[in-house]
Design a protein around this ligand. Structure first.
Ligand code: PMP
Length: 308
């Protein structure tokens, strides 16, 4: 077996540079979409001026599950993870903007799964305090891979290469986001969000076994549907069902609940009553205007927010 040594030089940016200087920024696409597992977590200002992070512990637990499946060690406890989130968000927050944080467990040492070491890197971005506008959704010719190829259940950045291809395809066809079908031609998910549709008043979404991430937002949407007396089923969805759906949204921590105004150029009502009811409740709950027993929020201690 060939062992890699530590050479004196690498070639980078048009010249030889010392090996230790040959580094990429953690935020660049090559690193971001490389070997890692990650979580995208949203936080919202509440009307009582507290800042609430949505389902933080559930995101940590999913990060551990993804890491386990890819044999990436994660020595950070929940307490350390939470503390790091508070530190970065607390340093960057301003009153005018909400925030999305990406917590990424980067593989920084090891080859082919031997001697793997990881570092937990967090980057956070300001977000407008407004609800998503309706978008045009397309159906991609690219497919979500099956569980024995690259499991959708693992939230690893390498899984997003196909989403990148789908978005490039979507832009060339005039769509803001794309649905990936699975190998059986049924709906898997969107490039960075799950798909929900309404048929005959019932919200339907594909189960994770169809090639969707085990979405935390989707569980929450299901719980909100239940407390609103709206049917919610997880079942396989054909492509043609999506084309004749009464309503469609894509949902995720960052996407929230984006209404769809057309699917593959076929118009659809973005203001349908079922998903609008869920969407309105979603925003009331995450902003602390309404309580829901299924919602889990972690508040940053005010003393940790620099610009308060
Ligand atoms: N599918 C994909 C491919 C995603 O990137 C996301 C966003 N994390 C989701 C679904 C939704 O997952 P969640 O609700 O847990 O954010």
């Amino acid at each position: 077996m060939i062992k890699l040594q530590k050479p004196e030089y690498a070639y980078m940016q048009g010249k030889l540079i010392p090996w230790d200087d040959a580094v990429l920024h953690v935020g660049c696409e090559a690193a971001t979409r490389g070997l890692n597992v990650f979580e995208g977590i949203k936080g919202y200002w509440q009307k009582d001026d507290r800042f609430g992070i949505v389902f933080l512990e559930r995101h940590y637990r999913r990060l551990l599950r993804s890491a386990k499946l890819l044999h990436i060690p994660c020595p950070w406890t929940y307490g350390e993870f939470e503390n790091a989130v508070f530190e970065l968000m607390g340093a960057l927050l301003t009153k005018e903007k909400d925030m999305w944080i990406r917590t990424t467990l980067y593989v920084i040492e090891g080859h082919w799964g031997e001697g793997t070491k990881a570092d937990l890197v967090m980057t956070a971005y300001h977000q407008e305090k407004k609800e998503p506008e309706p978008i045009n959704l397309g159906i991609s010719t690219w497919q979500r891979s099956i569980d024995s190829v690259l499991p959708a259940r693992i939230k690893t950045s390498t899984n997003y290469q196909v989403g990148r291809l789908a978005r490039i395809e979507g832009r060339s066809r005039g769509f803001e986001d794309m649905v990936l079908l699975n190998t059986w031609g049924r709906v898997a998910e969107a490039t960075g969000a799950c798909v929900v549709m309404v048929r005959d008043g019932v919200i339907c979404t594909p189960p994770a076994t169809e090639g969707a991430l085990e979405s935390i937002t989707l569980d929450f949407v299901g719980a909100l549907a239940k407390s609103s007396d709206i049917g919610f089923v997880r079942r396989p969805i054909d492509r043609t069902e999506l084309l004749i759906a009464d309503e469609i949204s894509i949902c995720g921590s960052l996407a929230e609940l984006v209404p769809i105004k057309s699917i593959d150029n076929m118009p659809i009502d973005p203001d349908g009553t079922v998903l609008k009811q869920i969407r309105d409740k979603y925003f009331r709950v995450v902003r602390g205007d309404e309580k829901d027993p299924c919602f889990e929020v972690t508040f940053i201690p005010p003393s940790r927010i620099k610009n308060l």
